[in-house]
Ligand binder design. Structure first.
Ligand SMILES: [Zn+2]
Length: 390
């Protein structure tokens, strides 16, 4: 019953770059924690360079993949970027007897920022077990048990600098959605989100790979992992397309994905701007300048039409009721962001509507210059003097 630890000593750029951090005490500690024994033999593989900061330990017919933390924790992006790679290598192994672990090597810097802690919870949810977390962290870290858990925490801990986020999670009554950026520093993060969601999902998952311009998919290794999981479908969409295609199920889904991504990116997680409802299934992105009106506008070209129809400035989150009331022009907004109710409706309707609204004015972060531009387009078709403030 021998134990073999194997690894690839070279990094992509440095000969023995990975081997140099593997001290005998690290290897022995890993071996003891997994097998309870101190003896192991080492095999170095030189077929390719190290990916995912991985060592593997085989024992009792089981292959243990152990991904190591960085030894210098600097930027938060770089300190966890090997984790998605490790996940993909792990999933590519057809052997069913396998486990994936994370191990902290001695390090400088702080690997327990809020960002790291959320990421570790995602990793736990994705099925990664921590070998020596207790040596470095005294708090309690648990996986997410439901998608609602995960969404609620994302909502509580929204960064004011949302450009740091590259993945957004939401759900409708029949699907869970993961919006994943395929460009920029955090483009691999979605792999961890996807695997974590797949473990706790109670309904199928749609992953929208959002590219900046040309349709670029997620990395092939991540797509292979998602395919292995079985409950994930991947769609490609772009923040810029050269035309606003006629609506059918497919074009609408992809355009909605780009629009929702932009709304998440601009104003954060789903929350009705009028009543504060946060139940994702009943909250929609509500267009200010409507898609039908954009389509009919003769003054702009197709590329601009697509950009307006998907702009994060051209909308806000509204719950189902408030969205319908807004689209029926029973509700409106003036350019100060005040919510208005149409005056000519029956008194009991007006009372019902005004009782349902907890915020009579839109928050300042919604009222961007571009938002106001769209609001002026919309309001040009209605007579604001026949409305009164909530
Ligand atoms: Zn509402």
């Amino acid at each position: 019953m021998s134990t073999i630890i194997s690894y690839r000593p070279n990094t992509q750029k440095i000969r023995n770059g990975f081997k140099n951090i593997l001290t005998p005490s690290i290897l022995e500690d890993v071996c003891v924690k997994i097998t309870g024994r101190r003896t192991y033999s080492v095999v170095e593989l030189n077929d390719t360079y190290n990916k995912g900061r991985l060592i593997t330990l085989t024992h009792n017919n089981t292959t243990h993949y152990i991904t190591l933390s960085e030894n210098r924790i600097e930027g938060r992006n770089s300190s966890l970027q090997s984790v998605p790679t490790a996940i993909n290598v792990f999933f590519a192994d057809p052997n069913p007897n396998k486990k994936l672990w994370y191990y902290f090597v001695p390090h400088t810097g702080n690997p327990f920022t809020d960002y790291h802690l959320v990421y570790y919870r995602l990793m736990m949810t994705a099925g990664i077990e921590f070998l020596n977390l207790d040596n470095y962290y005294t708090g309690l870290l648990l996986p997410y048990f439901t998608v609602d858990d995960l969404i609620a925490e994302r909502s509580r801990n929204q960064s004011s600098n949302r450009s740091n986020n590259s993945s957004f999670v939401s759900k409708t009554e029949d699907k869970i959605q993961l919006y994943a950026k395929t460009y920029g520093a955090n483009k691999y993060e979605s792999t961890v989100f996807g695997v974590a969601l797949s473990k706790i999902a109670d309904r199928p998952i749609d992953v929208f790979a959002v590219s900046e311009q040309d349709l670029i998919n997620l990395p092939a290794s991540s797509l292979a992992t998602f395919s292995e999981l079985g409950n994930i479908s991947v769609y490609n969409t772009s923040l810029r397309l050269n035309r606003l295609a006629p609506d059918n199920e497919d074009t609408l889904r992809l355009r909605s994905a780009a629009y929702n991504y932009n709304l998440f990116d601009r104003i954060g997680m789903k929350k009705c701007a009028l009543c504060g409802c946060e139940i994702p299934e009943i909250i929609h992105g509500a267009h200010i300048w409507g898609v039908a009106e954009i389509r009919n506008c003769a003054m702009i070209d197709d590329e601009q039409k697509y950009a307006h129809a998907t702009s994060g400035h051209n909308g806000l989150w509204l719950c189902h009721n408030h969205h319908k009331l807004f689209d029926s022009n029973l509700l409106a907004f003036n350019t100060d962001g005040r919510c208005l109710i149409r005056s000519s409706i029956p008194q009991e309707y007006e009372t019902f509507i005004s009782d349902s609204i907890t915020a009579g004015s839109l928050q300042q972060n919604i009222l961007s210059d571009n938002f106001l531009y769209y609001l002026i387009q919309r309001n040009s078709a209605i007579n604001l003097s026949s409305y009164s403030a909530v």
